[in-house]
Design a protein around this ligand. Structure first.
Ligand SMILES: Cc1cc2nc3c(=O)[nH]c(=O)nc-3n(C[C@H](O)[C@H](O)[C@H](O)COP(=O)(O)OP(=O)(O)OC[C@H]3O[C@@H](n4cnc5c(N)ncnc54)[C@H](O)[C@@H]3O)c2cc1C
Length: 394
């Protein structure tokens, strides 16, 4: 994280010198993505958000930096470690949650399951194109009437000859209408399984949500499967139950844990800069105790989040990270970002409700991020289950 630009005694948003815990390679990845976000993304993100538009013109540069499927080795992917992947998400979401969501979905929810559960032919067909940004993917799990409880999904896939017929609908799907391939979860006689449905397959249509106040720089769509016939090799053979969908979610939640701390840092830095410039009662806003308490709160929570994420990343690279730890980090990151966005918005006064500063955008975005990939409530229940051994979901 950069030091505070004003040159005062504050130690910016790396108060515990987390930087020195990173390898040279991890720092290089972070600095490369940070420069991209500063130079290429931030100048267009506000307009993209206001115009309800995903800035797809950034995809080639994102692919060029190796950010798509970064954790996968081979198939044109970068083979980065988990900490580097986390840092990628942190920097992208410092820009905008829509940008991070695009990379999360492509990497953790489409490329990861193809790599983990697909045939060699499926990997060869899709992974190099997805890594190069030549193909876009989406992940269809949520349904109009089944979000937090995907095990009760209604979408069904039935065998017909050598292929399958899919019937049902998916709701709130990131990248839905721009995806070349939809990774769709459906109930079969052998349990919940995933299918790769290509754009243009007869019976497969999409419809975009146009009324979001959150994640506006991201495409969100409904997917409809009306007697949609797919060939036998559309099935991801390694998927045999909901546990495999949950494994994908664990990957994506890990990235969100890092991304949300990036968002919190963006809010903190923007508010600090504003509070140094804005004069009230003859003094900078930042010189008042009430405002300093807000900065102390933000910096404390950001620092805790950075340390938690780094430890989680190291555990993940050792194969020792557990899904409940990922739940804690996702829940913590979202809470930290939500609080930072609220405090930062408050510090900016009226300027906090307009798009001239990035805070209003983050303030809106965190509401979707707090809800998707398991709501705060669901992660609380996951932790409650882990702590007590008594699942309280139903
Ligand atoms: C912008 C955006 C993008 C998204 N992208 C995707 C995507 O790419 N793919 C995908 O599959 N999904 C996606 N989602 C869907 C997202 O994952 C769901 O919205 C989320 O899982 C919550 O489901 P729901 O909205 O149906 O809420 P519900 O499940 O209806 O929950 C409503 C409320 O009830 C609470 N609740 C639920 N269960 C319990 C319980 N057992 N105990 C106590 N309280 C409970 C919840 O916390 C929430 O507050 C996206 C959502 C948004 C907003």
């Amino acid at each position: 994280m950069s030091q505070r630009p004003t040159g005062s005694a504050a130690r910016g948003v790396d108060f515990f010198d987390v930087d020195s815990e990173l390898s040279d390679e991890e720092r290089l990845v972070r600095d490369t993505v940070r420069a991209f976000v500063n130079d290429k993304a931030l100048p267009i993100l506000d307009a993209a958000f206001v115009n309800d538009r995903f800035p797809s013109e950034l995809i080639p540069a994102i692919a060029e930096m190796g950010l798509l499927g970064a954790s996968i080795t081979g198939y044109g992917c970068a083979g980065a470690n988990s900490v580097a992947y986390g840092l990628i998400c942190q920097e992208l979401e410092r820009g905008d949650s829509g940008l991070r969501s695009f990379v999360s979905v492509q990497s953790s929810l489409v490329m990861y399951p193809i790599h983990a559960f697909g045939t060699e032919a499926q990997k060869e067909k899709w992974l190099p194109r997805l890594a190069a940004g030549e193909a876009i993917g989406c992940f269809g799990l949520t349904e109009p009437d089944h979000g937090s409880d995907p095990g009760t999904m209604l979408t069904r896939a039935e065998q017909r000859g050598s292929g399958w017929v899919i019937r049902g609908a998916k709701a709130w799907i990131t990248n839905g209408s721009i995806a070349d391939v939809a990774l769709v979860w459906a109930k079969t006689d052998e349990g919940i399984r995933a299918f790769l449905v290509e754009k243009g397959t007869p019976g497969f249509t999409t419809h975009d949500y146009r009324n979001k106040f959150s994640l506006r720089a991201s495409v969100t769509s409904e997917l409809f499967f009306d007697d949609c016939e797919v060939p036998g090799d559309a099935l991801l053979p390694g998927t045999t139950g909901l546990k495999h969908a949950l494994m994908c979610l664990t990957q994506a939640r890990y990235g969100i844990a890092w991304g949300t701390i990036g968002m919190a840092a963006a809010c903190y830095e923007a508010a600090l800069h504003y509070a140094d410039q804005r004069i009230v009662f003859g003094r900078p806003v930042s010189s008042f105790q009430l405002q300093q308490a807000k900065f102390a709160e933000m910096l404390t929570e950001i620092s805790k989040g950075q340390l938690l994420n780094l430890r989680l990343g190291r555990l993940k690279d050792q194969g020792r990270a557990d899904f409940a730890q990922v739940s804690m980090a996702k829940r913590n990151g979202c809470r930290t970002a939500r609080q930072a966005a609220h405090l930062a918005r408050e510090i900016l006064g009226a300027a906090g409700v307009v798009h001239d500063y990035p805070i209003a955008r983050h303030f809106c975005n965190i509401e979707a991020v707090y809800t998707y990939e398991g709501t705060d409530d669901i992660h609380t229940l996951i932790l409650g289950d882990r702590i007590t051994g008594k699942p309280a979901f139903e």
